[in-house]
Ligand binder design. Structure first.
Ligand code: SF4
Length: 658
């Protein structure tokens, strides 16, 4: 019977003398309990990886998992996830990317791929129309991943899909990711370095298996219906007018306290036209973007007069065409041509990149942003982590902790775009000061000492994303305590609430307890619900922006795809299980969540004396303790309790944790 998934994953062993490829069957119950994506990945890695393993060791596993719905026409479901033990944090690691690579895993007839072992010399794995090979990669080792992809296409045909590492992953940079589609990147948690440690340059895929969808007609009907609402509208006269002035409306938005979420056509049109870079100027003005390594205030240190040089309007002047992930009617990305830099085709820089290398560094040189974006995409570097690391280096330099001799002669002053580009190049090459910085701020601060720790903005070793918890409070909680800390794309109630959950504007039947905004106890319950839903959204392969585009038929899509008759309640329970297992993985590695603390600059300790976040400090520790209680985890250290593990069918974790 067609049930959507293939029921198997491909296990690849790179070590010589081992069986290279084997199929592993996955039970129906496992899909229902772990859905797909990192949920399925976490289940497999938890069971097959020894606790406290060195992420770079031969037995460390690296997984590639498309979401449950990925590869189908269901709207905005083209995402896949890379999983492993994070070399950056020592905790559970997962990272998410769009584009077209995830669907190709399905077209090869698999629901996931696991890499084990270590090749003795550089290799790449080819899975083309059922033929599987491990091939010598010496000709592409050392090259950036865009060039490598071009060479692989010359050899294997232009329709292959590639995920691989650039120079940063090869050099085991702990802030490196895995790149697909020449510039989409599963960036966070340093998983590119695991691929490098395995001497694995790339996976190339091409398949033509049909996904065994249970009720194809229903899936098509649901997709058409959804796309009609968000996908096909073109802006009318007034929308066009608004679009032109929006990037310059920061001051007004600050005064009005307007947020970006809403349903239907206009939000879709904004994303389609500007992508996330719309936020470049607005977020600095309203106090969302971190400024000057989280030590500044947008409206004073990087006001509109300066930031407008990197606004979305400036960026889209260079746009050649829209671009987006598989099955997405929004197409929020862009491909740009930048003659000033001789770039014929380059990905439009996203907000996180522009904030990390612009606002954070007081840099309004647009050309430097295009250049750095292209460099990081080719090298496979996480731009949030790299920009934060450069901000750290600048602040050390400005405060005399690093001098010209330490920086190889680079004048690391705020906003010096030439020096910023030069230091990124050094990080990619691990050359001079770049070697010191290539593993992120925490390790750099440990090596430098001299009080530099106070300029290292990180959580458990991972650099913090470009959104200020003083605006969306619960981000502090998720930055501090998600098993993959420091990320804005983990479960955070104030972030999800932008989807107007209370007005039932997102997932039918999903709502928070009445009065949750006023009562802490209810807010904790609402956060648990957010956590559960978030795991399902991710593991089904949905783009998180779905929450901005109005009602999404999540349960209906899943049932049409699988033939299950699953309820929202059961899905949320699976989400609860997945997050508890991610947590169990992290604590098994020795992470003590109770000890973690965010830098005071991030949470407003002390608070700003002026500006949009004046007087605001975020308290998040008690909220976490209460949340642990609600989740059935130990409040002191985050350990899932035995009875919780039992009730969620996670008994297999008990022997490792207790
Ligand atoms: S909205 Fe953007 S990021 Fe999300 S699926 Fe569409 S193209 Fe990809």
């Amino acid at each position: 019977m067609d049930k959507g998934y293939f029921g198997k994953i491909l296990w690849i062993n790179l070590s010589q003398g081992e069986i290279e490829f084997k199929d592993i069957n996955i039970s129906d119950e496992t899909y229902r309990q772990y859905i797909g994506g990192y949920g399925l990945g976490c289940k497999i890695l938890f069971e097959h990886m020894k606790p406290k393993i060195d992420p770079f060791s031969e037995n460390s596993l690296l997984g590639f998992f498309p979401g449950l719905l990925t590869g189908t026409m269901a709207s905005l479901t083209g995402r896949y996830m890379v999983v492993g033990k994070s070399p950056l944090t020592g905790s559970w690691g997962d990272a998410n990317s769009g584009g077209t690579f995830g669907p190709e895993i399905k077209k090869c007839g698999y629901d996931g791929i696991i890499i084990e072992g270590k090749a003795d010399t550089p290799k790449y794995v080819s899975i083309i129309e059922g033929q599987k090979e491990i091939i010598d990669a010496s000709e592409i080792w050392g090259s950036n991943i865009v060039t490598a992809e071009e060479r692989l296409q010359e050899k294997h045909g232009k329709y292959i899909k590639t995920a691989g590492i650039g120079q940063a992953g090869e050099k085991l940079s702990k802030i490196s990711g895995i790149v697909n589609d020449r510039g989409r990147i599963a960036a966070r948690c340093g998983l590119g370095a695991i691929m490098g440690s395995k001497n694995l340059k790339a996976l190339i895929l091409k398949g033509s298996e049909k996904i065994p969808i249970y009720d194809k007609k229903r899936l098509i009907d649901l997709t058409k219906e959804y796309n009609k609402v968000v996908g096909q509208e073109e802006p009318g006269f007034f929308s066009k007018l608004i679009l032109n002035i929006i990037p310059n409306m920061g001051k007004l938005l600050r005064r009005l306290g307007v947020n970006m979420a809403g349903s239907g056509g206009l939000v879709r049109t904004i994303y389609h036209n500007f992508g996330t870079s719309l936020a470049n100027t607005l977020s600095a003005e309203i106090g969302d973007s971190p400024v000057k390594n989280w030590g500044g205030i947008g409206q004073y240190d990087f006001p509109m007069e300066k930031s407008k040089a990197i606004s979305a309007n400036e960026i889209i002047e260079y746009k050649l065409k829209e671009y987006g992930c598989f099955s997405c009617p929004i197409q929020c990305g862009g491909i740009c041509k930048v003659p000033e830099l001789d770039l014929e085709e380059t990905h439009q820089p996203e907000y996180e990149t522009c904030a990390a290398f612009g606002t954070m560094l007081l840099n309004n040189d647009l050309m430097s942003l295009f250049k750095i974006n292209e460099m990081c995409n080719r090298a496979g570097l996480d731009t949030i982590s790299t920009g934060t690391t450069v901000a750290f280096a600048i602040e050390c330099f400005e405060n005399g902790i690093l001098n010209l001799e330490d920086t190889d002669g680079l004048d690391l002053s705020w906003g010096n775009s030439e020096a910023i580009v030069a230091i990124v190049k050094k990080i990619i090459d691990r050359e001079g000061i770049g070697d010191l910085l290539a593993d992120g701020v925490k390790i750099a601060a440990q090596k430098i000492g001299k009080g530099s720790e106070k300029y290292a903005i990180e959580s458990m070793g991972q650099e913090i994303a470009m959104h200020n918890p003083r605006l969306l409070n619960s981000l502090a909680f998720s930055y501090a305590y998600d098993p993959t800390p420091g990320r804005h794309t983990t479960a955070s109630i104030d972030y999800l609430e932008m989807a107007k959950i209370d007005k039932n504007k997102y997932i039918e039947g999903f709502s928070y307890p009445k009065g949750w905004k006023k009562e802490d106890k209810k807010k904790v319950k609402a956060q648990k619900l957010t956590t559960e839903l978030h795991q399902i959204i991710s593991c089904a392969g949905l783009c998180q922006f779905t929450s901005f585009f109005g009602k999404y038929p999540l349960v209906e899509f899943i049932n049409a795809y699988t033939g299950w008759d699953i309820s929202l309640e059961e899905l949320l329970r699976s989400g609860y299980r997945i997050q508890t297992l991610r947590q169990a993985f992290a604590v098994r590695e020795g992470i003590n969540f109770g000890e973690n603390e965010l830098p005071g600059r991030v949470t407003g300790h002390p608070p700003d004396e002026r500006g949009p976040t004046k007087g605001i400090s975020v308290e998040y520790k008690q909220f976490y303790r209460d949340y642990c209680k609600e989740m059935g985890w130990n409040e002191e250290n985050g350990y899932p309790l035995k009875e919780t593990l039992n009730k969620l069918d996670l008994e297999f974790a008990i022997k490792d944790l207790y």
